[in-house]
Design a protein around this ligand. Structure first.
Ligand SMILES: [Zn+2]
Length: 397
């Protein structure tokens, strides 16, 4: 089977997750791909391959030395449908417009990233769906690497642990993930874009809820009595640092971002997110909110302000700093394949960040696919194939 065929097979299986169902997996159809993968893993000699009750697939291949984990996610994003994916192959891309269908044209004028891949073979959508390269390219890279070791029993490799997880796109990829079942010393998520990337820095993240109970009286008789919750929130916002929102934040900066407000002059509920690569700076923003709430309650006796700060995810860098081996291994494998590795800061979270916090250091690798979560998603076949070689070199002894 040509290497790309596995990818083309997986993307045709609809595995879109759904943040409204409250179940795991959030959609039963994710298990359709899980079942296919279990069968294929068994064919490749990973005889313990199985799907658990949540749809997560685990499998192991015995080797020597370190136990290296590989992870990719089964589900696709919510923004665009994953039903009826009809991948289009464009051989030797000429650098011009690609007509996806009568409505959508994929143009390097709108997406200059295409200019980088002139002369490459691309896989795009037909304009009606997303492609699902995020993260079926990751799954196909892992499966192709396993196929290589199956076809080359003479090649020595490490112990390999594989986990294909569900519901990553709704932030629940690590919810039922079992470190015990994974059984690895360190791991990689294969869930990025550029293949030169070995990423191990991401945001620290907290969510904040602020509830303000004002004092309601008839406004006509409000003098000295009526305290408007909306105006109190306005004051609180004005106590937050200026130039510290997503609008101003540069590549290395965090921010505070108010993303929901609802209520009345009597009671108002608001939600914010705090993000930063530095834990210290993140905590400082939360402290400003707590201090401001205290100050405003002193200023306006009779009101109450409740602030709830919830941990969301953590930067994996401190964990990687303690165990840099996987990053060094990935960088060496990239160099062996003629690629100079780069590490960029991820302005969000990854499942690997949560795995790292759980005790399994898990940096992220690229897949050679771009424009995720939309109909202009595409895969560069040469990069995808190169990445298979890189993963094989990571696993080889
Ligand atoms: Zn992904």
């Amino acid at each position: 089977m040509a290497k790309i065929d596995r990818f083309l097979k997986y993307v045709k299986i609809d595995t879109q997750s759904d943040d409204k169902t409250g179940t795991t997996p959030s959609t039963e159809k994710q298990k359709n791909l899980s079942r296919v993968l279990v069968e294929e893993l068994k064919e490749l000699g990973l005889s313990d391959a199985h799907m658990d009750e949540y749809g997560i697939v685990y499998a192991h291949l015995k080797g020597e030395g370190d136990k290296i984990g590989l992870n990719a996610h089964i589900d696709t994003a919510l923004e665009v449908t994953g039903e009826g994916v009809n991948p289009q192959i464009h051989k030797n891309y000429d650098g011009g417009d690609i007509v996806l269908n009568e409505k959508y044209t994929f143009s390097p004028k709108q997406f200059p990233i295409l200019n980088r891949f002139k002369g490459c073979d691309l896989v795009t959508t037909d304009g009606n769906t997303l492609l699902g390269a995020d993260d079926k390219a990751g799954i196909a890279i892992i499966m192709n690497a396993l196929e290589y070791f199956h076809d080359h029993p003479e090649v020595k490799h490490h112990n390999i642990s594989v986990a294909f997880t569900v519901d990553e796109e709704i932030g629940e990829g690590s919810k039922h993930f079992s470190l015990e079942k994974m059984n690895a010393d360190y791991a990689f998520t294969v869930d990025g874009a550029d293949i030169e990337n070995v990423d191990y820095e991401n945001f620290n993240a907290q969510g904040v809820e602020i509830d303000i109970q004002g004092v309601s009286v008839h406004p006509g008789e409000g003098k000295g009595k009526l305290i408007n919750a909306i105006l109190v929130l306005n004051e609180l916002i004005n106590l937050m640092p200026k130039n510290d929102t997503p609008f101003e934040a540069g590549e290395d900066d965090g921010y505070w971002h108010m993303n929901d407000v609802n209520g009345s002059s009597d009671f108002i509920h608001s939600e914010l997110i705090l993000r930063d690569f530095s834990r210290e700076k993140l905590v400082k923003r939360g402290q400003i909110i707590l201090d401001s709430a205290e100050a405003l309650m002193k200023k306006y006796p009779g009101i109450s302000i409740k602030v709830k700060i919830k941990e969301q995810y953590e930067n994996m860098k401190p964990y990687v700093d303690k165990n840099p081996k996987p990053v060094e291994l990935a960088k060496a494998a990239l160099r062996k394949n003629g690629i100079e590795p780069v590490s960029t800061k991820i302005r969000g979270g990854t499942d690997g960040a949560t795995f790292s916090k759980m005790g399994l250091v898990t940096p992220n690798l690229g897949t050679g696919s771009y424009n995720h979560h939309g109909r202009f998603e595409f895969l560069v076949i040469q990069q995808f194939e190169k990445m298979i070689d890189v993963v094989i070199d990571i696993l080889k002894i």
